[in-house]
Design a protein around this ligand. Structure first.
Ligand SMILES: Nc1nc2c(c(=O)[nH]1)N[C@H]1C(S)=C(S)[C@@H](COP(=O)(O)O)O[C@H]1N2
Ligand SMILES: [Mo]
Length: 162
């Protein structure tokens, strides 16, 4: 086989260079783009589980009973991406996105829930990542604004350059 054919065959088989990158990107469930710094940070489920986890039980307007939601706080994810405080745009797998005001981001809430009752949850169940506030803890979390910020099937967060 000529060298050129070998290279083409190797690339097709994934034997050269790009393979680890492909493996890594196929694990990515969340990308945080920091528009101020021009950086993109990719998180796998394991990356998100390695951050400090919050958990609380709450009812939601979408689920039928009290459930325990857990995952890193949104703030912990932004810290891991090295982002400074700024408004966000949070994008779901479908066409939904919302501008997320900086004053709704507290140290521990909302969380980017990656488990419900300790289990991963599928896209059909609004997973694998869902912005969840402790709705039952405070009536301030029971507003149409906060519901609209409760994006499910999250796949991307842009940190805006306000
Ligand atoms: N992924 C995703 N999350 C979403 C939405 C959506 O369309 N897609 N709608 C938002 C809005 S505008 C509201 S008010 C709440 C409630 O949506 P629902 O009444 O359709 O359940 O979910 C929010 N989260
Ligand atoms: Mo809404």
């Amino acid at each position: 086989m000529q060298r050129r054919d070998f290279l083409i065959a190797s690339v097709a088989a994934g034997l050269i260079g790009s393979q680890p990158v492909l493996a890594q990107s196929s694990d990515t469930i969340l990308t945080v783009n920091d528009t101020a710094r021009g950086t993109s940070t990719h998180f796998s489920d394991a990356d998100l589980l390695a951050l400090t986890q919050q958990n609380f039980a709450t009812e939601t307007i979408w689920t039928d009973a009290v459930r325990t939601f857990s995952g890193p706080s949104l703030q912990a994810v932004l810290d891991a991406a090295g982002a400074n405080p700024a408004p966000l745009r949070i994008f779901a797998i479908n066409d939904y996105s919302v501008e997320f005001p900086v004053e709704k981001i507290a140290q521990d809430t909302p969380i980017l829930a990656n488990r419900i009752d300790g289990e991963r949850f599928s896209v059909r169940q609004k997973g694998p990542l869902w912005v969840i506030f402790p709705f039952d803890q405070n009536t301030e979390f029971q507003s149409e604004e906060v519901f609209a910020l409760s994006v499910w099937q999250v796949e991307r967060i842009d940190v805006l350059n306000d």
